[in-house]
Design a protein around this ligand. Structure first.
Ligand SMILES: [Zn+2]
Ligand SMILES: [Zn+2]
Length: 163
C-alpha cells in the first residue's frame, strides 16, 4: 500500500480497467473500496444499489477517510467509472510509452504513465545527487525503480573533487 500527499491510500494489488482496486475472494472480484466500507461502515457488499464513493476522486484510493456510502452514484463518480472516450483512444503517453496494465497508474481519475513518473523521479534524484556530488564529492545513481545502483564516495583529497 502506498500513501500520497493528499492522504490517498493506493492499493498495490490488482485494479480493474477503471482503476478501482479489486481483490478476488471466493472466485468473485470485489472492489476493495466496498470491502473497506463493509468493514468500517457496515456496508452490505452484495447490495449493489449502495455505492462506495470517493470524496478524493481517486478511484484507486482505499483510505476509509476518503470513502463514503451513497444510494446514488454521483455524476463525477459516473464519469470516472466509465473510462472517458479520450482515454480509451489513447494507447500511448505523450512521450510515446505504451499504456499497458503494468505501465499505468491512476491519479484523479486519469491514467498516467508509470515510466514517465519513474523517469521524472530519476531525473529529480540525479539532479539532487549531482548537487550533492558537487558539494561533497559523492556520487549516487538510481535505476528507474529508484534503487541505488551505484554509490561511491570520494574524499576530497588535495582539493580535488573530480570523480
Ligand atoms: Zn483518497
Ligand atoms: Zn510515458
Amino acid at each position: 500500500m502506498k500513501i500520497d500527499d493528499s492522504g490517498c491510500l493506493f492499493w498495490c494489488g490488482t485494479h480493474n480497467a477503471n482503476g478501482y482496486a479489486i481483490v478476488c475472494f471466493n472466485y468473485r472480484n470485489y472492489l476493495v473500496s466496498r470491502l473497506i466500507c463493509w468493514i468500517f461502515l457496515d456496508l452490505d457488499v452484495d447490495n449493489l444499489k449502495i455505492f462506495a464513493l470517493h470524496n478524493c476522486r481517486n478511484t484507486g484510493c482505499i483510505n476509509i477517510k476518503h470513502l463514503y456510502m451513497s444510494d446514488q452514484s454521483d455524476n463525477m463518480q459516473d464519469r470516472y467509472r466509465d473510462t472517458p472516450h479520450w482515454a480509451t483512444k489513447k494507447t500511448h503517453c505523450k512521450r510515446g510509452h505504451e499504456f499497458t496494465p503494468e505501465n499505468i497508474y491512476w491519479a484523479e481519475g486519469h491514467r498516467k504513465c508509470l515510466t514517465c513518473k519513474r523517469m521524472q523521479s530519476k531525473a529529480r534524484h540525479d539532479k539532487e545527487n549531482e548537487k550533492r556530488r558537487k558539494e561533497q564529492g559523492t556520487i549516487e545513481t538510481t535505476d528507474l525503480n529508484g534503487n541505488v545502483v551505484i554509490k561511491a564516495i570520494r574524499k576530497v583529497v588535495h582539493g580535488d573533487a573530480h570523480i
